[in-house]
Ligand binder design. Structure first.
Ligand code: ATP
Length: 293
């Protein structure tokens, strides 16, 4: 009996491994599917980043033609500055980030980086120039080292470790028995939301792109974690052009410009103090969050 049990048990392990790999492949295909919506123009050039200024010019967009999401959004992020987008859930904030990364093509208007329409450059050069720290980081079922080095394949162990230190995740990794060889993801060590975000920050640090998109997590981290992550992001974002999709207004106080988005339109814009003085929607959101905290 035991002789039969061992192979069967072994088969069970293999079955789970294969099933997991298939799930990974499915995920990858879903990603590819989304990317298939855009294609390089036949004469696409490499994006030439100088300062890294971003311009959205009267951008209109719908995922589904019957339901427009953005109704003519215009703003500029001067090179090296930070612009924050705030607004209720579903107003189109993350969509702005997806469009800048060109997951989808816009229906009207233009998005330019240093004067180049992003539809005229290769997707690979565009994506090399942009780092995203997403709301919810998906980690690969692989080692911590792999997950960080994914930001720049070929990075050395020393570079991976330096990025992890800067993202304040090194001590945590070093404390695990296998260190950087620890498996993470669904099959390995489960990381908390904050830890996953730190891995994403380390990944981005290693990639060192001139443009940065930070899609803040909607799920609240505890406030110590949140402040720490904010501080790390500030250091990552220094001298980069940053688009922050913010859920907590404390992140946006120092932004060059804050855009208040509602149902796909910018209804208010300005610096924090200007918007408070205006006593409109932003001021109301600010008061609500302050009283909530
Ligand atoms: P949140 O603060 O909740 O993250 P958001 O302001 O970032 O919201 P978006 O994710 O930009 O909102 O979504 C804007 C609208 O577009 C929503 O109504 C959403 O349902 C819709 N939407 C988002 N992604 C898709 C998609 N892939 N296909 C169809 N509709 C979508």
């Amino acid at each position: 009996m035991i002789q039969l049990y061992i192979p069967l048990n072994f088969l069970g392990v293999i079955y789970r491994e294969i099933k997991q790999s298939l799930t990974d492949i499915e995920k990858m295909f879903r990603l590819l599917d989304r990317e298939r919506e855009v294609a390089d123009a036949p004469d696409a050039a490499e994006l030439a980043v100088r300062g890294g200024s971003v311009v959205f010019e009267d951008v209109r967009f719908a995922y589904d033609p019957v339901r427009p999401i953005l109704h003519g959004v215009s703003f500029e992020i001067p090179a090296g500055k930070k612009v924050a987008v705030v607004g209720p859930s579903g107003s189109g904030k993350s969509t702005l980030a997806r469009l800048l990364y060109r997951f989808y093509d816009i229906d009207a208007g233009a998005i330019r980086i240093d004067g180049q329409d992003i539809r005229t450059v290769t997707q690979s050069s565009l994506r090399k120039a942009i780092g995203i720290v997403p709301q919810d980081t998906v980690l690969f079922n692989d080692t911590v080292a792999y997950n960080i080095a994914y930001g720049r394949p070929g990075a050395s162990q020393a570079e991976v470790e330096a990025a992890a230190r800067a993202a304040h995740i090194h001590a945590f990794i070093a404390a695990t028995p296998l260190g950087y060889d620890t498996m993470v993801g669904e099959r390995g060590l489960k990381l908390s939301g904050g830890e996953k975000q730190r891995v994403a920050i380390a990944r981005t640090l290693l990639k060192n792109p001139p443009l940065l998109i930070f899609d803040e997590a909607t799920s609240a981290l505890d406030s110590t974690n949140e402040r720490a992550i904010q501080a790390e992001l500030e250091s990552v974002g220094r001298e980069k052009t940053v688009l922050v999709i913010a859920h907590r207004l404390s992140t946006v106080v120092d932004a060059h410009e804050i855009l208040v988005l509602e149902q796909g339109r910018i209804i208010e814009r300005g610096r924090h103090d200007e918007l408070l003085a205006r006593n409109g929607r932003y001021a109301e959101m600010w008061r609500l969050q302050q009283s909530g905290e």
